[in-house]
Design a protein around this ligand. Structure first.
Ligand SMILES: Nc1ncnc2c1ncn2[C@@H]1O[C@H](COP(=O)(O)OP(=O)(O)OP(=O)(O)O)[C@@H](O)[C@H]1O
Ligand code: SF4
Ligand SMILES: [Mg+2]
Length: 424
């Protein structure tokens, strides 16, 4: 039995409208039928474009969002159906490390207070003295000095703060840690240190990780298995090396083709797949295969029939009707994958603007900034899925650009959403 098993998990957020009568006018299909398993002591890497539902899936495992349907079986117990009180006991065993280390640490609490909060809530340590000793031990494990105890989050660098975030999870002695974009807010040089630390801790403590990232390079080395998400669903899953050597789903191929190769000859010769268009809205996902509006190989069947994630052998699972034919080269491309895909997208936007100008609509005819840029960016940025929609970009930017000492509102939002799931 696997330690963590997700069975057809769906998280649909209702979209409500109305002032007097609150009525549901639709749903955001953030997570729409995900099944995966994470083995004890292993790392499952989950990658995908901004807004594809990675964080929502992580939060669903911890029951921080309501699960619409499906099962989340952890160590033999289905958490999705567990009453709140019983879930509390499991919260300690499943911890989360967040992307924005500063935003997720209360600026008014010192490190000892931040780390002992969850311990006290879960009855770890007989008194504060015992808890302090354990915290010192964990701080040493994550590479922080013991005198960090009396200091405040703003006195640390970004990398150190992420170590505090990891320590906060570790003091609760969890089995599983869900790391949501654990290094995206950090400098590249510090990213590697934090990833190495996570690996060391896994070996020492036998931890199981679900690592969420939009950057393929981040999950590659740390993951045993990688799952690629697109618009609420898994499109491909394979052992890490296999996925990198032979991606089979057209979306994964596009992501991989944008990752630079250090060898200049290989870099110049390799084929890049540039995706036209932007990630569709999860509130109005395309019919059939969700990727058919951007897929270079989309056929008629793709618009009506949703492909199922199917094992093509040795655990390499792909959700594509034509995975074999694409591999054999026996199916025609229906869309360009070259630079003209980008040019085509820009041309459509330009044409729309010209039409609007002729029709005398200055707003639509203005510099096609938002639409044009996001369209072009999404195409060019196939390997940088974080550069998806403008709205999602604004969200991510907000977290990255948090001031050194966050304002009250940052602390408040951290209180409400992200801080200490373990104490919940
Ligand atoms: N509480 C909520 N209510 C309504 N919609 C939500 C809620 N939380 C997330 N969403 C929507 O669900 C979709 C998936 O969001 P999610 O944060 O899971 O994406 P993500 O893959 O983590 O993106 P990113 O890489 O930007 O962090 C988005 O369209 C988002 O706007
Ligand atoms: S099912 Fe069709 S649209 Fe979807 S990835 Fe495969 S070829 Fe492309
Ligand atoms: Mg996210």
């Amino acid at each position: 039995m696997s330690l963590l098993e997700l069975d057809d998990v769906k998280v649909h957020f209702p979209v409500r409208k109305g002032i007097l009568f609150d009525r549901t006018v639709g749903h955001v299909y953030a997570v729409d039928g995900i099944s995966l398993t994470v083995e004890a002591g292993q790392t499952y890497g989950l990658v995908g474009e901004s807004g594809c539902g990675k964080t929502t899936l992580g939060r669903a495992v911890l029951r921080l969002v309501d699960i619409t349907s499906g099962g989340v079986v952890f160590d033999g117990t289905d958490l999705a159906r567990l009453p709140g009180e019983e879930m509390r006991g499991f919260r300690r065993r499943l911890q989360m490390v967040f992307q924005d280390p500063l935003g997720s640490l209360n600026p008014r609490q010192n490190i000892e207070s931040i780390l002992s909060e969850g311990m006290a809530a879960h009855g770890i340590g007989r008194d504060q003295g015992e808890r302090r000793e354990k915290i010192k031990d964990i701080l040493a494990k994550v590479g922080l000095p013991a005198n960090a105890l009396s200091r405040y989050p703003h006195e640390f660098s970004g990398g150190q703060r992420q170590r505090i975030g990891i320590a906060r999870a570790l003091v609760l002695e969890p089995d599983v840690i869900i790391c949501d974009e654990p290094v995206s807010a950090l400098d590249v040089s510090v990213q590697a240190q934090v990833i190495n630390l996570l690996e060391e801790l896994q070996q020492q403590l036998g931890l199981t990780y679900l690592v969420i990232a939009h950057d393929l390079a981040v999950v590659r080395h740390i993951s045993d298995v990688i799952g690629v998400m697109y618009l609420g669903g898994l499109v491909e899953e394979a052992p890490s090396d296999v996925l990198y050597e032979s991606p089979r789903h057209p979306y994964t191929k596009a992501l991989m083709s944008a990752v630079p190769v250090p060898d200049p000859e290989v870099e110049d010769a390799r084929e890049r797949i540039l995706l036209a268009g932007d990630l569709p809205s999860p509130a109005n996902p395309p019919s059939g295969c969700r990727f058919h509006t951007r897929c270079p190989w989309a056929q008629e069947r793709c618009a009506s029939e949703r492909p199922v994630l199917t094992d093509l052998g040795e655990g390499h699972k792909v959700a594509c009707h034509f995975a074999r034919e694409i591999e054999e080269g026996t199916v025609e491309q229906t869309r360009s994958t070259g630079i003209d895909a980008v040019v085509a997208t820009k041309a459509v936007v330009r044409k729309d603007a010209e039409v609007a100008q002729e029709a005398g609509d200055p707003a639509a005819a203005g510099v096609p900034s938002a639409a044009a840029e996001s369209g072009a960016d999404a195409s060019v940025g196939a390997g940088r899925p974080g550069t998806g929609t403008a709205a999602a970009e604004a969200d991510a930017g907000g977290a990255d650009e948090a001031p050194a000492v966050p304002a009250q509102s940052t602390a408040e939002s951290a209180d409400a959403g992200e801080r200490s799931p373990g104490t919940g």
